[in-house]
Ligand binder design. Structure first.
Ligand code: GLY
Length: 375
């Protein structure tokens, strides 16, 4: 794990899902080969690129040039950036525009963007003509290590995030790590919370490697491709074993129950980005596990120390404007989709790399913990 990293060859991670299997290709500068990769996979297919205004300004021209160079005819759909595009209205527009572009069953959509674009495009692809293929070209760290892999697609309902959607696997994921060079550092850092998550939930050696190598990853050295590949391999394994989240896949929600409540309590605003909420949520999951005697205080402190070292928030006091009180957070946790027949389900830990699913968590215990954590 601590061997020097030299290779900058693309890394291919297979997702073993039978007749829906696909590859995740990770490497610096891969965007230029996107057209060739699509042509090899779907000869003669046309493409529609779905992206947002911010990503379009940086990467749409290069994406279209890569498609043209491979002889692939393409059209574009550009939506507004941000979570506000995960709506029924934008979904309808994307579907209608895909149909207007005469994209047929044998053609495909290309999701060029972060998690919002991947979720929106994938869901539209799952519905248009009862399902067309799509390719993920994730442009954020969060999307490269998590949301572009595994086929969860969808939009938000007025009742909550991602409540309207479908499992629809991409046919290819192309993660060009150079695209992350243009991300604001705050956004890169927020995506890093999901990278650390893979170490914290199931791979103590990877967590130790991250403690030693995270700076190189931020700086764009070879640690970046290595870390993204480790995350994608871990996720590919989990998704292959539990595509529909009937069990093990829920481990990927480490930090997300507390995190979603904090994120919702801040109105899904720039005050607290999703990854920042996940960082806070993971610290809380470790502290709560330590309080329950499941995990050592030393491991909880180590998780917190690493997230703090990279500059992620590890205490709710660091959220500008503060977070809602215990009653509001408990209401938000109760609405979480992981609540089953009134019982709370949490991802807890027995140590670094040892997450497990705990059903029937006592709400009074959570409330008592939160009273200390948000005081
Ligand atoms: N982002 C968690 C999952 O894909 O299951």
């Amino acid at each position: 794990m601590n061997a020097p990293l030299k290779a900058r060859e693309p890394i291919t991670v297979p997702v073993a899902l039978g007749n829906r299997a696909y590859e995740i290709v990770i490497g610096r500068g891969l965007l230029g080969s996107l057209g060739g990769a699509i042509k090899a996979l779907r000869p003669g297919a046309r493409a529609v690129v779905v992206t947002d205004e911010n990503v379009a300004a940086h990467h749409l021209a290069a994406t279209e040039a890569a498609l043209t160079a491979a002889g692939i005819a393409s059209s574009r759909i550009v939506v507004a950036p941000g979570e506000g595009s995960k709506t029924v209205a934008t979904f309808e527009r994307v579907c209608e525009d895909i149909i207007a572009a005469r994209i047929e069953r044998g053609d495909l959509a290309v999701a060029l963007g972060g998690g919002v674009i991947g979720d929106l495009t994938g869901f539209a692809a799952s519905c248009v003509r009862r399902g067309i293929d799509f390719v993920q070209v994730p442009t954020s760290l969060l999307a490269q290590v998590d949301s572009s892999v595994g086929g969860k697609t969808g939009i938000n309902s007025r009742h909550g995030k991602n409540l309207i959607g479908a499992f629809h696997q991409p046919v290819l994921v192309v993660a060009d790590t150079a695209l992350l060079d243009t991300l604001p550092v705050r956004e890169f850092r927020a995506g890093y919370a999901e990278v650390a998550k893979y170490g914290l939930l199931g791979d103590a050696a990877f967590f130790a490697w991250l403690e030693a190598n995270w700076q190189d990853m931020f700086a764009g050295g070879p640690a970046r491709e290595h870390a993204i590949a480790v995350c994608c391999r871990a996720k590919a394994g989990i998704v292959a074993r539990d595509e529909r989240e009937t069990g093990e896949r829920a481990l990927l929600n480490l930090g997300h129950t507390f995190g979603h409540a904090l994120e919702a309590g801040c109105g899904f605003s720039q005050r607290l980005l999703h990854g920042e909420a996940v960082a806070l949520g993971m610290v809380m999951a470790f502290d709560f596990s330590a309080r329950k005697g499941l995990c050592s205080a030393a491991d909880a402190a180590r998780a917190r120390a690493h997230l703090a070292a990279v500059g992620l928030p590890t205490h709710v006091k660091q959220v500008p404007g503060g977070v809602p009180g215990v009653d509001a957070l408990m209401d938000l946790i109760a609405q979480d989709k992981k609540v089953k027949r009134g019982a709370l389900t949490f991802i807890l830990v027995r140590g670094i790399g040892q997450a497990f699913i705990e059903h029937n968590v006592d709400a009074a215990e959570v409330r008592a913990f939160l009273s200390g954590a948000v005081a």
